[in-house]
Design a binder for this molecule. Structure first.
Ligand code: ADP
Length: 979
């Protein structure tokens, strides 16, 4: 017996030893000795406290616990890891008080058992091991007891079966496992026990098979067995079976130790499950990150969930996504669903059936049978259960994942957690894919705009509207994957005709309409134009509007959906940009509309500038033709003189059109000695942008001959931004010739004039001499014929005529003297001049009837021409008397004032006055306003001539019937005194 027990204890995997209350070790098993690295003999008799701290640590984890154990005799519990338990052993060991301590490390592998037996203290540590006789027997008996106690106290189930498999010894733990409390098990085999212990029949049978395996192997085996408790719960055991043989190799017995590890098993199972869940989730996560479409992703994910072997027992399920209304679930992905359901569950309103309710409540629903919640039923529906798991984005239900369960499948938190995690992944995937889609759309948007911008930039730079439109339409066609793109002009419901200036289409959808042909406006098209013009947004035309247009114009003969937008350039009428889909009833997305609008906007800008450019080109053409009709040279050139444009006149002149002509710079045509001067002018223009200036210059013609020109220039900026000049260069050769001729003629004329003057002067003098003689003769004759009244009156008349003639001649002399004689400046005595004048007019009739006033301010010297001033004063005073009125207080006022600058003579009368409209005329030669008073019409003319000669001015104020006033201002030639 002892041997069996020793074997049992020896083979236990627990570290087992016996120590007295003083810590002296008296027994420990194989495992313990291995642990300390000491032989059993070396260990024996040593105090547990003697071991180096590392051993005691190894042993107990904490030596303080050991201490506290050793010092206390009846502790109950110290902490979770360390516990004491009082055990009462079978009656023959009743005198022993045993304290039982197990220390179980976390993994459950390191267990220490203390058994302290009160009555073994008589074995001192230094006890002699050489024992024999009755003492040995007693000891052996003691040993037996000790071992039996140990076995009994073990938590492990211990079995000892004989060589035939009959149960010999089992401890209480084993008894309990096999529920043998009321069964007479001793000496029975497992086969026999299977018949008696019915609830554990299978377990007994399994044991017998497993025992046989150990025997077959012939050495210790380790295995796992499980036995249900009375509640049906499985308990798992790690089982060691050690076959024992007699010396003759015959079977002696089978030692079986079973240790329960149900908790660990459960943990392990859970761990495995968790791992499985994690693996599945990882798989699903991976799928969600793949570059699939949402639908593809959902299909794959559903496949993994359903085949995970974890939850879904029926291999059926589906994924719903919430539609735009947010109130309906659409079945997007499904696996193995009965056909009838594809229709029934294709679209499920929130609140209906299990999935609708899950969506509405936002909570996972579990049912284990087709109950009242399961509203979508159909004949022949098989019993099943469900998990319906909603998934979310920002608290909104994105969809529902539904899986099928076997009927009766109980709710399991882990399963729910798993499915909800899948839901989370699906949500994340959808959100991310949508975001990606948005980003992709955005990138496409930007790329498209970029592409359009590039075309516009490039083509508008080449000023080619046709090319630009062609490329733009091609690009638009590609970007949108449409079948046809076109411009229509004008987009105006009021015009009678419209046309298609540009169109691009896929080959199979070439429009039946001719480019640029005029088409008559029909109501349908009018409506399209109107709708387009009413908004800045693109508008769509889809059936049923299309067939109507179809019939009308055959324009949309192939188009099944259209997108159009009005383009409004600043010049001219609006255009229409249209996209057509002929291959399908395309629904244009918001993004597409946005892009289309943006493109139209960009295009509109470029169209604007091209139209303006077109206009500019036209006006440039006009301008060019203008320059061609001009007779002047028109040339534009940079400030460096490089010629940009030159009209035909210029080309002919400079020979610029001649073959081999090299001069391209304006300075090539300028004579060398002019270049610097002109460059200076240009520099000034460049700096200050001085306004155009006319100046004369000589240029070289194609024969390198100098020709006179007059040049006027203005600053301009060329298309390339460079500054330059436009010059109009007029050939002034003829004018120059004419001028020269004029000067020559003038000179000749002057000679003739002075000759004429001299002739008039001498002629006048010559004429006066005989007149004077005639007057003398008349006077003599008067005396001779005195008394003959008739003859006397004839003589009077003769005398009058001759005096008149004399007056004219005198005036002519005066006039010609003014022209002929050089001005002679000298200090003048105006008082004297006035007095002489008054004196000289004494003979004029009525002289005595006029009151004469004079105010002469002679303080300043007045330097002028005496003869001319006298002529002026005389004539004016004469007129004032001549044109007096017959009134009692008629007067003549003479005033003179002088300063450094000028002398001012004012002669005023209150005579008959001069009508205002005659102010200009009276100064003309031979002009007379009055026939009543005799005169020559030369007086004021001579006054004017003299004033002009003296560089003075004459001013007249006069009123009919009131009088006149002449103001004469003559420069005071202080500096020219004596000249
Ligand atoms: P004449 O005196 O010989 O006619 P004038 O050249 O001196 O020639 O004058 C031209 C005309 O101007 C006169 O005929 C007269 O009608 C008008 N006139 C000149 N001086 C005066 C004046 N002081 N008052 C009124 N009329 C005058």
């Amino acid at each position: 017996m002892n041997k069996f027990l020793s074997k049992i204890v020896y083979h236990l995997r627990d570290e087992l030893y016996i120590v007295n209350r003083h810590g002296v070790i008296s027994y420990f098993n194989h495992t313990r000795s291995e642990l300390f690295g000491l032989s059993l003999a070396e260990m024996n008799g040593r105090c547990i406290l003697d071991f180096p701290i590392k051993y005691s640590n190894k042993l107990l984890g904490q030596d303080s616990l050991l201490n506290s154990f050793l010092l206390s005799t009846d502790s109950t519990a110290i902490n979770n890891e360390l516990f004491f338990e009082n055990v009462t052993i079978s009656e023959h060991l009743a005198n022993m008080s045993i304290r039982f301590l197990g220390i179980e490390k976390k993994e459950g592998f390191f267990q220490v058992t203390f058994a302290i037996k009160e009555n073994i203290k008589q074995f001192p540590p230094d006890e002699n091991k050489q024992e024999n006789g009755p003492e040995l027997k007693r000891k052996s008996q003691m040993e037996d007891d000790r071992l039996a106690t140990l076995i009994e106290t073990l938590p492990d189930a211990v079995f000892l079966k004989d060589g035939e498999g009959r149960w010999e010894i089992i401890n209480t733990a084993a008894l309990k496992i096999f529920r043998l409390e009321n069964i007479d098990w001793k000496g029975k085999t497992d086969i026999e026990l299977a018949e008696i212990n019915i609830p554990l029949r299978n377990e007994h049978l399994f044991c017998s098979v497993s025992d046989q395996l150990t025997w077959d192997k012939g050495e210790m085996t380790k295995g796992e067995e499980h036995v249900p408790d009375i509640y049906g719960m499985l308990h798992f055991y790690e089982v060691i079976k050690v076959p024992l043989y007699h010396e003759n190799k015959a079977r002696k017995g089978l030692l079986i130790v079973g240790r329960e590890f149900t908790d660990r098993k459960v943990l392990e199972n859970e761990h495995k499950n968790d791992q499985l869940i994690q693996e599945q989730l990882n798989k699903i996560l991976k799928i969600s990150l793949e570059d699939y479409s949402i639908k593809e992703c959902l299909d794959h994910i559903l496949n993994v969930v359903i085949n995970s072997g974890f939850v879904n027992l029926l291999n059926q399920g589906g994924i719903f996504l919430t539609d735009e209304s947010g109130q309906v679930l659409n079945l997007v992905s499904q696996l193995n669903l009965p056909e009838v359901l594809s229709g029934m569950c294709a679209s499920v309103p929130f609140g209906r059936c299990v999935c609708g309710k899950a969506a509405q409540s936002g909570k996972t629903i579990h049912i284990d049978c087709v109950n009242e919640i399961h509203e979508n039923k159909y004949p022949g529906i098989k019993p099943h259960g469900h998990y319906s798991v909603p998934f979310f984005s920002h608290n909104e239900v994105l969809g529902v994942l539904v899986v099928y369960l076997e009927e009766g499948h109980k709710f399991n938190q882990k399963e729910k957690g798993f499915l909800e995690s899948v839901g989370d992944i699906i949500s994340g995937m959808i959100i991310r894919k949508n975001a990606e889609m948005q980003v992709r759309e955005d990138i496409r948007f930007l790329e498209s705009i970029d592409r359009i911008s590039n075309i516009l930039q490039e083509k508008s730079a080449h000023e080619n509207l046709f090319e630009m439109n062609r490329e733009i339409l091609n690009a638009i066609l590609e970007i949108f994957g449409a079948d046809r793109a076109r411009f229509v002009y004008p987009c105006d419901p009021e015009t009678k005709f419209w046309r298609i200036p540009y169109e691009c289409s896929k080959e199979e959808f070439i429009s039946p309409l001719q480019r640029d042909q005029e088409y008559e406006m029909k109501p349908g098209f009018r409506q399209v134009f109107k709708n387009c013009l009413e908004t800045n947004e693109p508008i769509t035309f889809e059936p049923p509007l299309l067939p109507e247009l179809d019939a009308e114009n055959k324009v949309f003969s192939l188009a099944r959906s259209c997108l159009s937008i009005a383009i409004r350039p600043r010049k001219g009428k609006p255009w229409l940009l249209g996209l057509q889909q002929c291959s399908s009833n395309r629904v244009w997305t918001n993004n597409e509309k946005k892009l289309f609008k943006k493109i139209a906007e960009r295009y509109s800008f470029s169209l604007d500038s091209l139209l303006l450019l077109d206009e500019l080109k036209k006006s440039e053409a006009e301008y060019r033709s203008l320059t061609e009709t001009a007779r002047d040279i028109i040339v534009s050139y940079t400030l460096e003189g490089n010629v940009k444009f030159i009209n035909t006149v210029g080309q002919l002149f400079f020979g610029a059109g001649d073959p081999g002509h090299k001069q391209k710079n304006i300075f090539d045509y300028v004579p060398a000695d002019h270049v610097e001067e002109i460059k200076k002018v240009f520099a000034r223009l460049k700096e200050g942008g001085m306004p155009s200036r006319l100046f004369e210059l000589k240029l070289l013609n194609h024969n390198r001959e100098m020709v006179d020109f007059e040049l006027s220039s203005s600053l301009t900026r060329f298309e390339d931004g460079e500054m330059g000049l436009i010059s109009v260069i007029r050939n002034i050769t003829e004018r120059k010739l004419a001028e020269e001729k004029l000067i020559q003629q003038n000179e000749e004329l002057q000679v003739i004039n002075s000759e004429l003057d001299r002739f008039v002067y001498s002629a006048s003098h010559d004429l006066r001499a005989p007149l004077t003689s005639v007057l003398g003769l008349i006077n003599i004759t008067k005396e001779v014929i005195a008394g003959n009244e008739e003859a006397e009156s004839y003589m009077e008349m003769m005398e009058g005529s001759i005096l008149k003639l004399d007056k004219v001649i005198k005036s002519i002399i005066e006039y010609s003297r003014n022209n002929r004689t050089q001005t002679k400046f000298e200090p003048l005595d105006m008082q004297l001049i006035y007095n002489n004048a008054i004196e000289s007019v004494q003979y004029i009739e009525g002289w005595d009837k006029v009151n004469k006033y004079a105010e002469i301010n002679n303080v300043h010297p007045f330097i002028s021409d005496k003869v001319r001033i006298t002529t002026i004063v005389n004539n004016l005073i004469t007129n004032a008397i001549k044109f007096r009125r017959d009134i009692s207080d008629s007067f003549i006022k003479f005033s003179f004032n002088v300063n450094d600058r000028e002398g001012v003579i004012i002669i005023e009368d209150n005579g008959e006055g001069i009508p205002e409209d005659k102010f200009g005329l009276i100064f003309e030669m031979f002009y007379r306003n009055s026939n009543t008073v005799e005169g020559t019409g030369l007086g004021l003319y001579i006054v004017k001539q003299n004033v002009t000669k003296l560089q003075g001015t004459i001013e007249l104020k006069s009123e009919m019937g009131k009088g006149s006033s002449f103001t004469i201002r003559i420069p005071n030639n202080l500096n020219n005194q004596g000249i």
